[in-house]
Each structure stands twice: as structure tokens, then as C-alpha cells.
Unconditional design. Structure first.
Length: 170
């Protein structure tokens, strides 16, 4: 089975028709771990400011992550759903690649473009405005990430319940 690192619809279709085995799940989990590291370190790289706001951002990101994971669990059918971890990890990969692409694009534009806009003539403290924009962007990426995971989890859960998707061990 080839990995769908960008096409979430094809991946969702593979999940609906039970075409992924545990080895495929491992591949997606490893890719998710890689994305996690890249996304976090790119946020630090482009933010470049380490004080209480970084800790505040981390706390908010953790809260968003807990809420987002719970929403994905509910979207999958909560306790009566099936294959939550497998579906979650697999769907997280193409969503993660898309958020990474958005992150790198916006961060690059901010890094090279904002110094021309955020000047001492336009803002009293341009560095603060830059840090604030990075802070908001980072939280926005986290929200988008979990919203999209929950969206696709709901679609997979609905599609498998419609076609009578019973337990895989049956």
C-alpha cells in the first residue's frame, strides 16, 4: 500500500474500505512523529523569542491538543467507535503535511516580508508585533490541524457505519 501524504480523500477511502494494515499504520505513525518534530522546531525557529509567551503558547497548544483529540474521538463515535488510534494517526499524516506546507509558506512570507511592513515608522515596537503574529499563527495552525482531523474522522466513522463496518476481527 502506498502512503497518501497529501491526498486525504484517498486515504479516507482506504480507511473506509479497510485497506490499511498495521504496518501501514506504523508508517503513518512514524511520519506523524517526524511532522510533530518539524512543526514544533519550525515554530521555535521562526519565533526565536523565548520567554513567558513561549510557555503560554505551549500551555494553549496543549489545551487545544487535548480538546482537539477529544473532538476527534467523539467524531469517530466516542466509546462505541472503532480503530480510533489507527484512524487518528493515519489521518494526521496528510493533515500534518498540509499544515506544515501552510506553516512554511506563511512563516517564510512573514520572515522576509514583515520587516518591510513592521518598521519603527509603522509600529512603536515592531519586534513585539512580529512575536504576536507568530504566536497567533502557531495557535491557528494547531486549531486547523485538529479541526481537519476531526472532520475526516467523522467522515470515516459515518461511511463505515453506513456500510456496516463491523469489528475487524470478525
Amino acid at each position: 500500500m502506498s502512503m497518501h501524504i497529501w491526498n486525504t480523500r484517498k486515504l479516507r477511502d482506504d480507511l473506509v474500505h479497510d485497506r490499511l494494515d498495521e504496518t501501514d499504520g506504523l508508517k503513518y505513525m512514524l511520519a506523524a512523529a517526524l511532522l510533530y518534530v518539524i512543526l514544533n522546531y519550525s515554530a521555535l525557529w521562526f519565533g526565536g523569542y523565548r520567554n513567558w509567551t513561549l510557555l503560554f503558547e505551549a500551555a494553549l497548544t496543549l489545551a487545544i491538543s487535548f480538546v482537539g483529540t477529544h473532538e476527534a474521538f467523539v467524531a469517530n463515535g466516542a466509546a462505541s467507535g472503532r480503530d480510533f488510534v489507527r484512524r487518528y494517526c493515519v489521518i494526521a499524516v496528510p493533515i500534518g503535511f498540509k499544515v506544515l506546507a501552510l506553516n512554511l509558506l506563511v512563516a517564510t512570507l512573514m520572515h522576509f516580508g514583515l520587516p518591510h511592513v513592521l518598521t519603527n515608522d509603522t509600529f512603536r515596537d515592531p519586534a513585539f508585533v512580529y512575536r504576536l503574529l507568530v504566536f497567533v499563527a502557531s495557535l491557528a495552525y494547531t486549531i486547523i490541524y485538529f479541526m481537519r482531523i476531526a472532520h475526516h474522522m467523522r467522515k470515516v466513522a459515518m461511511a463505515t457505519s453506513i456500510r456496516g463496518g463491523g469489528d475487524r476481527s470478525e
